[in-house]
Design a protein around this ligand. Structure first.
Ligand SMILES: [Zn+2]
Length: 211
């Protein structure tokens, strides 16, 4: 049996608190969503402007495919709801998570001129769905940031279409998006990608100091 909205909202709030504790969702940044039903599309979405360390399940909002609130709830869905909807449609994702960590912010700028980051040779890559060897090369595309959400959603749709094997992408000087078939898989993908980005960032730092 599929989960109820309340069960999904409880799961999202728990992930938000966990990510906040790791410094990935500070100052009300970042957002989380999970699909409640596909036809018509209904998504549980985190509200705008709420401290993710204190997010309560009853604060999650139910939105439709146009990011409009379904039902009589108060609150405002995240500004980035259109991006979540686009990812759900493009990838058939069951959950989409978006973090603003220090390392993903730094590297999204450092590698912006390359259009993405190639991550290869790490055992942790095997935490990404469908990856069975550390020899896998993951391409994490970087998209220029924008406040024009409909335009950014279009760009992201094109990026996902172009990089069909990608498990996530970065918005420049902004943050990381990843997703999964369900919330557990999306959470795992964020943890894996955040680990790998921090590893790459720290490695660059150590190399720069080595004489
Ligand atoms: Zn963001």
């Amino acid at each position: 049996m599929s989960e109820t909205f309340e069960e999904i909202a409880t799961g999202l709030a728990a992930v938000a608190r966990g990510f906040h504790g790791r410094g990935w969702l500070l100052g009300t940044s970042g957002n989380l969503s999970a699909v409640v039903q596909r036809e018509p599309l209904q998504i549980a979405m985190s509200p705008s402007g709420v401290d993710k360390g204190e997010l309560r399940p009853e604060q999650l909002l139910s939105i439709d495919e146009n990011a409009h609130i379904v039902g009589q709830q108060g609150g405002k869905p995240s500004d980035e709801s259109l991006l979540h909807i686009r990812i759900v449609k493009a990838r058939g994702a069951g959950a989409v998570l978006h973090t603003h960590s220090i390392w993903n912010t730094i590297l999204s700028d450092f590698y912006a001129a390359d259009g993405g980051i190639k991550i290869e040779g790490y055992e942790m890559l095997k935490g990404l769905q469908g990856v069975t060897t550390h020899e896998h090369a993951e391409w994490l595309p970087i998209v220029e940031n924008s406040q024009d959400m409909p335009a950014l959603a279009e760009t992201i749709g094109e990026t996902l279409n172009k990089h069909k094997a990608a498990h996530g992408f970065l918005l420049r000087r902004h943050g990381l998006y990843s997703w999964g078939e369900n919330l557990a898989q999306a959470k795992r993908h964020i943890e894996i990608l955040e680990f790998l980005l921090e590893t790459i960032g720290r490695t660059l730092h150590i190399r720069a100091q080595k004489i």
